[in-house]
Write a protein of this length. Structure first.
Length: 571
């Protein structure tokens, strides 16, 4: 068995006394075989630091507290979690039935994965260290977009790309010369950070966040992003980095914005949302509206329950056919970020917009609930990406939002749970969250201009990682990037506005003993919300309504066979 998968699972199982997942784990490891150290890595580009042959590393720049807060889990297999709360049924066309375990390497339902909802880390399981750093070649050493994760390479040499291969990290790297200079996409081995390939002379926009997914039904993950220099064409790359197509239509709001993928009209073909523009999977423009804005991250959700998706952009919401659903008059300057979740425990979702002067909450049909509100007292430059998760011991969903001097967790009515002082006057950076120890309560992760933080449920700092960024709309990501059963954190770095030398292009951070619970092995786009993509990168024709399931946004999920974990909070 390969040490990077099976042995680490064995060590974690022995530490925790977690045995109920052994049959699944060992069958997966046996099926995966030897991934060959992330085969295909020739190490000819970039730089790998702080990683040994066994994947171990140390990093004196990372500091962490000695223990978690009072809500942390205990090191026990019978710690009180209720385990998997739902299974997404297998599509009828597969001939499968709900509750039957799928083959270990393939996705047969919407949430397929290996893992164990009973797994929980001990209270002191927050000892982060650098797993690897990737430093690109001269001229391509800096990144200002959110790192993405998907399986794009056949690491074990079995002729297929599937969940038994090591996930890959996708990063945009270039020079810090404004938001839109020419850059390359690098695809890195998730276990080591060594590059598999890059897009070479096929340049993309440095500040544009791509989206990953199987857009054409060929079973392979493609990359969709935009060309450099302001208004730009969309461009798609095959799973091996070769150019697939370039759109003829121009995306006017491409500067420092993000792509989103979904089957918007539920017809079996994937659409590409770029601001207030919708393209088909070949790059042909389907419709374009006037609410296009730079620094945007389009969200997609079925708000009205008609089984087709609405496209939420800066200042407006459109139906699948491009007709207007409702406007967001509070979006004064065009820059705004939409998020979707259930905040009031009814069947319909709510829409939370982050606009210039605060946060605004709407019913699904655009009826104003409250806002704009700036709970931390800084009603300016709040048009930043927001994340949604359960951060405390109640049953409500909270949201994590930033302004130039605060990062905070807020209740559904906008009241403060806690805030922390940060410094991000240069851009609109955001945060994310993950329940690293399986306690039913998430830890908040946020990056400002100089530090990546992890906070506990009362706002105490669990991790502080120095780094640099001029910041636009990027945020850290969490995924099991090396398929070892334990989640890692990814963060990009740059010297935009600050000068000097960058220490790393992308850094992967893990727990020193790999005790953090397993996250999904994919994070495919800026508006990621788990149900929008399967672990193999396929986009569901009928996306499960995330607000009725995990009810999270821009956060990662713990996983188990065919389902997602929703551990009960433990006090």
């Amino acid at each position: 068995m390969d040490d990077s998968i099976a042995s680490r699972w064995q060590r974690r199982g022995l530490r925790r006394g977690v045995l109920r997942c052994c049959a699944l784990v060992w069958s997966t490891a046996a099926a995966c075989g030897d991934p060959g150290g992330g085969g295909g890595n020739d190490g000819t580009q970039g730089s790998l630091t702080n990683a040994g042959t066994d994947g171990s590393s140390t990093d004196a720049s990372i500091t962490a507290s000695a223990s978690m807060s009072s809500t942390a889990a205990t090191d026990s297999a019978d710690s009180g979690t209720d385990g998997t709360k739902f299974d997404i049924p297998v599509e009828e066309t597969t001939g499968g039935t709900t509750g039957v375990l799928p083959p270990s390497c393939k996705v047969e339902d919407d949430m397929n994965a290996v893992g164990d909802c009973m797994a929980a880390a001990p209270p002191d399981a927050f000892e982060p260290e650098t797993q690897w750093d990737f430093l690109g070649p001269e001229g391509f050493r800096e990144s200002i977009t959110t790192p993405l994760v998907a399986n794009m390479t056949d690491d074990n040499g079995d002729g297929e790309i599937d969940l038994c291969d090591i996930p890959d990290v996708v990063v945009v790297a270039g020079p810090p010369l404004g938001d839109t200079p020419p850059a390359r996409i690098y695809v890195l081995d998730g276990a080591t950070g060594v590059p598999h390939f890059d897009t070479g002379n096929e340049m993309v926009q440095w500040g544009g966040t791509p989206a990953l997914g199987d857009i054409d039904g060929d079973g392979m993950v493609e990359i969709v992003t935009s060309r450099p220099n302001g208004p730009a064409h969309l461009v798609a790359f095959e799973h091996d980095g070769t150019l697939k197509w370039e759109s003829t239509a121009i995306w006017n709001g491409a500067q420092s914005s993000a792509i989103a993928l979904a089957d918007v009209d539920a017809d079996g073909d994937v659409e590409i949302a770029a601001g207030a523009n919708l393209f088909d999977h070949t790059g042909a423009l389907l419709w374009s509206q006037g609410n296009d804005s730079s620094y945007s991250a389009t969200a997609i959700a079925d708000l009205d329950g008609d089984d087709q998706m609405e496209v939420l952009v800066a200042g407006a919401v459109f139906h699948a056919d491009g007709s207007l659903y409702w406007n967001v008059p509070q979006a004064q300057f065009g820059w705004s970020h939409p998020q979707v979740a259930d905040f009031d425990d009814d069947p319909e979702p709510e829409v939370l917009y982050a606009v210039e002067n605060g946060i605004v909450l709407f019913e699904h049909d655009g009826t104003l609930i409250w806002g704009p509100s700036a709970p931390a007292g800084n009603p300016s430059d709040m048009n930043r990406p927001v994340n949604i998760h359960n951060y405390d011991l109640d049953d409500d969903r909270e949201f994590g939002a930033a302004d130039p001097s605060h990062y905070g967790i807020y209740d559904p009515d906008g009241s403060i749970v806690w805030t922390a002082g940060v410094l991000d006057a240069s851009g609109q950076s955001g945060g994310t969250a993950f329940d690293f120890i399986g306690a039913g309560v998430a830890q908040a992760i946020y990056m400002d201009e100089s530090t990546v933080y992890v906070f506990d449920d009362v706002g105490s700092v669990l991790m502080s990682v120095p780094y640099k960024s001029g910041t636009i709309i990027e945020y850290p990501t969490v995924a099991d990037i090396d398929n070892d059963g334990s989640a890692e954190i990814l963060v990009a770095s740059n010297t935009l506005l600050f000068g000097g030398q960058v220490e790393f292009t992308v850094r992967a951070v893990r727990d020193v003993q790999d005790r953090w619970v397993q996250g999904r092995r994919i994070w495919n786009q800026h508006s990621y919300h788990v149900t929008n993509v399967r672990e193999d990168g396929t986009i569901p024709q009928h996306e499960p309504k995330h607000w009725g399931l995990l009810n999270t946004f821009r956060t990662q999920a713990q996983i188990e066979n065919g389902g997602l974990c929703m551990p009960e909070p433990r006090g």
